[in-house]
Design a protein around this ligand. Structure first.
Ligand code: PLP
Length: 419
């Protein structure tokens, strides 16, 4: 693709963009009385204008029908989690039987670790990123403790090499191989939240399983952002949240994937509740849990309808726009951002996100050796929402459903004029 660093070029790209119309279907945070440009979809995706009606529908059905809503609401609550299977299975690349929504990310990580982290005295180690998101670290720390191990003995952290910012793929694979028989689980983010690095999930899974261990991924920054084929890559399990690229709203219900070899086997260990029980038997109030023969067999409690309604509206937009087209635009929009940044020579900064498009999603993390905080403030003052992490990292995520080429150009323009 031949890009140009001009507003005219960005305008032309927006004109040719068949997803451009979706931008009008979102609400934008206001800065000085105007719509901001929003590059924080990697932290909290925006609210689409369809969300309100979707939540209102459930409020109305509750108001008008009470308990009867479980079977007679417009979208019967009893089966609410079913409505997500089709769209989510396309987004994460799996069979409908392998995916469900429930709880939230860290809770689901704990629940699936209860299923999949079953350490023995010889095989008990977990490999994870040294720079993993804090919640994932706390989950792993307390899981190994729960099984009577301590962090130092049970957790192997993989870090970038001296002087580098991202992980080398070959280092991940060799660490798995070297620790082989002592590794119970490899649990990585699909995309690291800080650097924006996307891991090669397929070959990591392969190496993990070759070592006899379980491959699990936290896809918080990957779901709805990049191409995934969880089933074909043979991933054992994965969890994600729905409020980043999936635009489900703050604290939206989380998603999980369990490979069908476990999902269809009701004897796979888990912590259970009535919502994971075979529906035919659910109200017979009999003893003895019979798991549904799919990922919904991990559901525990009554579906959180009001919470799920906003994600439902958002996924309908993903269906309508088509995830394939969303990914195509995302790659190009981020490539355009990268191209523009490469034209800037007066600022001392580095894009720490990998340059290779197979190793990243929408986000670019920019490390400013100095004045990072000032640049962040300048952006906010100019009506652009980006995020800042010490030391000096500005994360920019042009989400394809509501960011335009002109938005990206505007970001560049401000940096260009920054002195
Ligand atoms: C956003 C994010 C979380 C947040 O977890 P919650 O349980 O939804 O609060 C956890 N892990 C990663 C990697 C994340 O990016």
């Amino acid at each position: 693709m031949n890009f140009e660093a001009s507003r005219r070029f960005a305008q032309q790209k927006d004109k040719e963009d068949k997803l451009a119309k979706y931008k009008q279907q979102f609400y934008f945070p206001q800065i000085d009385g105007a719509d901001s440009i929003y590059f924080c979809g990697n932290s909290l995706g925006l609210q689409s204008k369809q969300v309100q009606a979707s939540v209102q529908q459930e409020l109305d059905d509750w108001k008008n029908r009470g308990i009867a809503g479980f079977l007679n609401a417009k979208n019967p609550w009893m089966y609410y989690q079913e409505y997500f299977k089709k769209s989510l299975s396309k987004i994460v690349g799996c069979k409908e039987d392998e995916v469900t929504v429930m709880n939230s990310l860290t809770v689901n990580l704990h629940l699936l670790m209860l299923t999949f982290y079953r350490p023995t005295s010889s095989r008990f180690k977990i490999i994870m990123e040294a720079g993993a998101f804090p919640s994932d670290q706390y989950a792993v720390e307390t899981q190994v403790k729960h099984h009577g191990f301590d962090w130092d003995a049970a957790v192997i952290e993989i870090a970038p090499r001296e002087g580098e910012k991202t992980l080398r793929h070959e280092d991940i694979l060799s660490l798995i191989e070297t620790n082989g028989a002592s590794v119970a689980m490899v649990m990585l983010g699909g995309i690291n939240y800080y650097t924006g690095q996307l891991f090669d999930i397929k070959s990591i899974t392969e190496a993990t399983q070759k070592a006899g261990a379980i491959a699990g991924f936290d896809l918080a920054h990957a779901a709805g952002n990049v191409h995934l084929e969880l089933h074909d890559w043979n991933v054992d399990f994965a969890v994600w949240c729905s409020y980043k690229y999936l635009n489900g709203g703050p604290g939206a219900v989380g998603g999980l994937y369990v490979h069908e070899r476990y999902a269809t086997d009701p004897s796979t260990p888990r912590f259970a509740g009535w919502w994971g029980n075979d529906e035919q038997a659910r109200f017979k109030m009999k003893k003895g849990f019979v798991a549904k023969p799919n990922a919904s067999g991990w559901n525990i409690s009554t579906a959180q309808i009001l919470n799920m309604a906003s994600l439902k509206a958002s996924l309908e937009m993903f269906e309508e726009a088509g995830f394939e087209d969303i990914k195509v635009k995302s790659r190009e929009l981020t490539a355009y951002l990268e191209f523009l940044l490469q034209q800037l020579h007066h600022l001392d900064f580095e894009i720490i996100t990998p340059a290779h498009r197979e190793s990243r999603g929408a986000q670019l993390s920019l490390y400013f050796k100095e004045r990072g905080k000032e640049i962040h403030e300048k952006m906010i003052d100019s009506g652009i929402v980006v995020d800042y992490r010490e030391p000096g990292v500005v994360r920019v995520a042009p989400a394809p459903l509501y960011c335009s080429y002109q938005d990206v150009y505007r970001f560049y323009e401000i940096l260009k004029d920054f002195d």
